[in-house]
Design a protein around this ligand. Sequence first.
Ligand SMILES: *Cc1c(COP(=O)(O)O)cnc(C)c1O
Length: 350
Amino acid sequence: MTLTLTVDGERWRSHLRSFAEQTPGLVPVAKGNGYGLTLGRLARRTGWLDDTVGGFDTLAVGTYDELPHVATRYPGSLVVLTPWRPWAPALEPDLADRVIHTVSRPEDLPALLARQPRARVLLERMTSMRRHGMSATDLWETAAAARRTGAVVEGVSIHLPLEGGNLPEARALMDDVVGAEVGTAWVSHLTAAERAELSRSYADLRLRPRIGTALWLGDRGALRVTATVQDVHRIARGEPFGYRGRTAPKDGHLVVASGGTAHGIGLSAPASVSGLRQRAGTLAKGGLASLGLTRSPYSFDGRHLWFAEPPHMQASMLYLSGNGPVPNVGDELDVRVRFTATSPDRIVLT
Ligand SMILES: *Cc1c(COP(=O)(O)O)cnc(C)c1O
C-alpha cells in the first residue's frame, strides 16, 4: 500500500514553461529528495526545459554525492552548491569538465587546482546568512588568484536569506562582484522584482537565479499526495488501541492509512497541545486537541483526521470521532505534506 504523488503533467509542465520564460538566466536546483519528485526526474525535466524554452545550460545540485543521480540524465553543466572542501571526492574526467565547484575559502582554491588544474569555480561571498563565503577583500584576492592560476571563474555565488527585503544587501554585494571583476552573479532568494531592479542598476552584470521551490513546486494545484485506507475499525470510548495502549477519547473510528515516518509523514506535524493556557483555549473550543490528540495531515471528505498515535514506519493510525461519514478500505485520503521532507512510494504522472 502506497503513498502516491500524482502530478497533473500538463498543468505542471505548463507552469514550468511559463516560469522558465519569465526567469532569464534561471538555474534549476535539484537537491535532497528532489523536492519530493526525485533528482532524476528534475534532471530530465531540466533537459526538457532546454529543448522547449532554451537557455538551460546548467543545473545545480546540493552535494557531490548527488551528482551521479543527475549526471546521466541531464547533459549540461552541474553546479555543486555545497562548497568544495579538501575531502570532496575525486571526479571522473568527463564529469569533472561539467562540474562547477563552489569555493568559499581562499585556501581551498589552490587545493582544488592542485587536483584539477583548470577547474571551473564559483567564488562564494559571505552574506547575512552566515553560512559559507568570503569577505569582500578575500573575494577580490581569490578572484585575482584564480585568474593568475588558470581556474575558470564562472561567477560569484550569493546565497541570501529567504525571499523578501533582500535588495539593500544584494546591492552592496553586487558592488563586491563588480570589485572582483567578475561578470556573473549566481543569486538565491531574490524576488523577480528585486532581480529586475538589480539588472537595471548593474547592466553589465549577468544574474543567474538559482531556484528550486518556486520552480518545481510553484503550482501546488498540479500536485496531489494521497494515501490508501488499509483498514477501518469502529472503536468505543475507553477502548485501548495502538503501541502504547492509549484509549479512545470518544466513540469513533480508527482509520489505518498508508504513509508513515519512512515517507516523512508526521515529522513536522504540530506538537500536541500541552501548555496549560493553550490547553484551556482548545478545551473551550472543544477540540480533540484538548484530549491530547494531534492534527494529522490526512483529510477525508474535507475533514481533517487526527493522529490516534504517532505515525508508524509505513502506516498511520488515524482517529475520526463522531458519527459522520467514514472512509472505506481502499479509499484515497488527501495528505498535506512538506514536499522537501516527503518520499512517496510512487509518483504518477497523468
Ligand atoms: C537550496 C538552495 C537554493 C534553492 O532554494 P529554493 O528555496 O528551493 O528555491 C538556492 N541556493 C542555494 C545555495 C541553496 O542551497
